[in-house]
Design a protein around this ligand. Structure first.
Ligand SMILES: *Cc1c(COP(=O)(O)O)cnc(C)c1O
Length: 392
């Protein structure tokens, strides 16, 4: 007997259920074509929307930052980890986001688990979309506020919750993803903001998949809807379109002052490393200088989606470069992904419990880094495998 027996049993069960996974290994950088398990494949599964993870200006800035500041910051921000480079990044990001202030965290997940519990307290209520990201759910769990969930993007259900519960609480925080990562649909932000005003609530938008993608030069969902100054907390990640790592809250200055005193990842976890900060500054500056990156991303995404639709694939109701290809049954979805890989195209299968049972899909993530040849190859392979498995 061993006190880890329960874990052996559960891992056995994962294997029996056919959901045990061995992580694929990428032997090089994350770009349009990758060396996955020593096989060259078109990469349709990264969040590197703009190709900035390997942009020479960005990687050079990382090297320069390491030369000047070293590899690590050596401390949490509130002690001696707050390098001037990080202050500079926050100024650049605030300008980019067109908001008063920005507070950076070590990742998007960190940002949600730190910010939500700092914002609300006992006696407050969080009202959350049922499809919100896992890191929001974790942030909500760590806070001492009560929680209510509304049906996905259902504004009348949101109003029902507010009508029923608003008066019983001090502060109420409505939280939504800006772009929902599994379907690529947008939150109905204008309606949410209107309801928040009517019921005197705060608003919190996690724009991890919207920043660098939507709005002018990728300024995000709030910019896309023209709602600057009307959302209290705008969360972004530096790990997806920006191509590096980190997360941030764009907000008013008072929010920043409060987070610097109460957000636990800033108090108890070491600050972002110089390489990441330097690279991110360069990335954001590239975006502010030109719409070239976001233009190419949307051109590629529209091209790929139209080709798949012409072939008869169901690409759901995405409004962004996230392109789900609906398959349905779990085993068939996994098989589709395996067959594509055998033909040199990597797309991860998304199945229950990440999405509802019977809603299995392949989630294609299109990037500005893809060439027309990459996309044409992927379309050809989708056609071949799709016909073989009788999906089209
Ligand atoms: C990816 C994602 C995160 C996590 O961001 P990281 O920077 O990778 O930690 C948070 N929220 C949403 C909605 C996401 O899609």
């Amino acid at each position: 007997m061993n006190n880890l027996d329960y874990m052996y049993k559960q891992v056995e069960q994962l294997k029996k259920d056919g959901v045990y996974r061995i992580l694929p290994i990428n032997y090089g950088p994350c770009t349009n074509v990758i060396d996955l398990n020593h096989k060259s494949v078109v990469n349709l599964s990264s969040n590197n929307y703009l190709g900035l993870a390997t942009h020479p200006v960005v990687t050079e800035a990382a090297i320069e930052a390491v030369k000047k500041y070293g590899a690590g910051t050596g401390s949490v921000r509130t002690i001696v980890g707050n390098q001037d480079l990080l202050e500079e990044l926050e100024v650049v990001l605030a300008e980019f986001k067109r908001e008063e202030a920005v507070t950076c965290f070590q990742s998007g997940l960190n940002c949600n688990i730190g910010a939500i519990q700092a914002i609300v307290n006992k006696g407050d209520l969080i009202v959350s979309d049922e499809l919100n990201h896992a890191s929001i759910i974790d942030g909500v769990r760590l806070s001492r506020a009560d929680k209510a969930v509304y049906k996905h993007s259902d504004i009348s259900d949101l109003e029902r919750v507010l009508k029923e519960k608003r008066e019983n609480y001090n502060n109420v925080l409505i939280i939504t993803d800006g772009v929902f990562s599994m379907d690529g649909d947008l939150a109905k932000l204008p309606e949410i903001v209107t309801l928040a005003k009517k019921y005197n609530c705060m608003t919190y938008v996690d724009d991890a998949h919207g920043s660098g993608v939507l709005g002018e030069s990728g300024r995000g969902t709030v910019d896309h809807f023209g709602l600057h100054g009307q959302v209290d907390f705008i969360i972004g990640t530096l790990s997806k379109a920006i191509g590096v790592i980190g997360g941030y809250v764009a907000s008013s200055m008072i929010v920043k002052e409060w987070l610097l005193h109460r957000a636990r990842p800033l108090l108890f976890s070491t600050a972002l490393p110089p390489a990441a900060i330097g690279a991110t500054i360069a990335s954001v500056k590239l975006l502010m200088a030109s719409t070239e990156f976001t233009d190419r991303l949307w051109e590629n995404a529209n091209y790929f989606k139209a080709k798949l639709n012409d072939l008869g694939f169901d690409t759901g109701h995405s409004q962004t470069p996230i392109t789900p290809v609906m398959v349905g049954e779990e085993a068939k979805t996994m098989e589709f992904s395996r067959e594509l890989l055998a033909e040199g195209v990597f797309v991860s299968a998304i199945v229950f419990p990440t999405v509802a049972k019977g809603k299995g899909r392949l989630r294609c993530m299109i990037s500005a880094a893809h060439t027309l040849e990459d996309l044409d190859k992927a379309v050809k392979v989708f056609e071949k495998v799709g016909r073989k498995l009788e999906i089209i």
